[in-house]
Design a protein around this ligand. Structure first.
Ligand code: SF4
Length: 457
């Protein structure tokens, strides 16, 4: 039986191999695993899933050979359920809650979810239809997991939905931000197609505030949903960031999904700054691009790392080294402007700050130089503050303020969901949470219209 980890990775085949790392379950494996499920009453796995997928129900359908029904159960609850089958931290969610953790081992819920949705993709299934138009229009700014999820639900209800997407393709993080060997683009594209089939108009290559004005959006639609996610990696604020060989991790990963693979990393030394999900993706991409040595530098320790445990294990299996309590001080270049080294400083952890996390403090005189050819910045993402302000919305450092019950912003016509509201205690930055927020904000928009109709009557 296959493991849910990446333990089967074959290292010798890594170079330029961006094929999906883990093979899906075979028919027999899926059947055996589905038949191990106890189909619990009040199943804790359902409660642990942010989108509330009826997990015992979809597993039972696999056991009985009803793969169409199984995939429909998954996709009903989660419009990006095929992507989530691959990228969800299942150990911390559904599988972590499975009752079989107490006796044998949890059901491979993620792998079974993938089995059913893969079948649906391969068999070109369409699950949902749009209701007749209710005469109302909604503009969704951003076609990532949150925007697509909202569009799917609004389209089903009967709204005329238009998504404005700045990139060439919709899908957001699932299309561009998660490495191909964990989430191939085809999976994300299939989910986008499911949404398009509900007559949702997806206008790609359309940047709101540039290709279409804010006034036009505010004036031409009955309601607006802001699902713009987050932007690029912020600057480190050190000398040398403009040197050749310094990359933004988000852009770096995107290039591996959209352009021919480069030879620039073959035999090179790479330092990745940061230890979140994108840092792991950038480091493991570097290995596959042929880097001779890849180090992740993090100013805190293993305990504070925001990458998931399975990502950490995956990176270690790829040979990525971790340097804890290490911060960059300056990037060093040669006379041609290319990176040659990275001056670092050791840190110790001090008292917790306002966010509850221990603050890293530099150790005076502990500076040292690492020889590197490339530096990849992966210290989080900045926010689209300018766009939020163009919409005139109240925000807190780029985190749009909403009424948590209604997803309404300071402008009652404008709703917001996904990463743009993540932070300051609102939500969690997971694809599956964004999907759920997309659904909830769609229902909130519908509720707002329904209440208005009742009030007017
Ligand atoms: Fe099946 Fe585990 Fe969920 Fe129970 S908790 S229904 S055994 S997956």
């Amino acid at each position: 039986m296959r493991s849910t980890s990446f333990s089967q990775l074959v290292k010798k085949d890594l170079l330029k191999n961006f094929e999906e790392v883990e093979a899906g379950l075979t028919k027999q494996e899926a059947s055996e695993e589905a038949n191990r499920c106890l189909y619990c009453y009040d199943a804790p796995c359902i409660t642990a899933c942010p989108t509330g997928i009826n997990i015992p129900s979809f597993i039972k359908k696999i056991a009985s050979g009803n793969l169409k029904g199984s995939a429909k159960t998954i996709m009903s609850a989660n419009p990006v359920g095929a992507s989530c089958a691959r990228v969800c931290p299942t150990e911390e969610l559904c599988e972590g809650a499975c009752v079989l953790n107490h006796s044998t081992k949890p059901i491979m819920i993620g792998n079974l979810q993938r089995y059913a949705t893969d079948w649906a993709m391969q068999n070109e299934q369409t699950f949902f239809e749009a209701n007749p138009s209710n005469g109302k229009s909604v503009a969704i700014v951003g076609g990532g997991p949150a925007g697509l999820s909202a569009a799917r639900e609004l389209g089903r209800i009967g709204y005329s939905v238009t998504i404005f997407e700045a990139e060439e393709n919709a899908g957001g993080l699932n299309t561009y931000g998660i490495v191909s060997f964990r989430l191939p683009k085809a999976i994300s594209y299939w989910e986008v197609e499911q949404v398009k089939k509900l007559n949702v108009d997806i206008r790609t290559n359309t940047r709101v505030g540039k290709d279409i004005s804010i006034e036009e959006i505010l004036g031409n639609y009955d309601s607006i949903l802001l699902a713009i996610g987050m932007s690029n990696v912020p600057d480190l604020g050190i000398v040398g960031e403009d040197l050749e060989g310094v990359y933004d991790a988000i852009e770096f990963v995107k290039e591996t999904k959209t352009k021919p693979l480069t030879d620039e990393f073959i035999g090179k030394k790479v330092a990745v700054i940061g230890a979140g999900n994108t840092a792991i993706d950038a480091a493991t991409c570097s290995v596959r691009l042929g880097a001779a040595n890849v180090k992740i530098l993090y100013r805190r320790s293993l305990e504070e790392m925001t990458a998931y445990e399975f990502e950490y294990e995956f990176a270690k299996q790829d040979g990525v080294e971790f340097r804890w309590l290490t911060a960059p001080k300056q990037i060093i270049g040669d006379e041609t402007g290319k990176v040659t080294g990275l001056e670092c400083i050791e840190m110790v952890l001090g008292e917790p700050g306002e966010d509850g996390r221990c603050r890293p403090i530099p150790v005076e005189g502990s500076e040292f130089i690492l020889e590197v050819d490339h530096v990849i910045k992966a210290i989080g993402q900045s926010r689209y503050v300018e766009l939020i302000e163009q919409f005139g919305l109240n925000h807190d450092n780029g985190v749009v303020q909403i009424n948590p019950g209604t997803y309404q912003t300071s402008n009652k016509k404008v709703f917001a969901c996904g990463d743009v509201i993540f932070g300051n205690g609102q939500g969690e930055a997971m694809v599956v949470s964004a999907a759920q927020q997309g659904k909830e904000s769609a229902y909130a928009i519908h509720q707002a219209f329904s209440s208005a109709i009742v009030e007017t009557a």
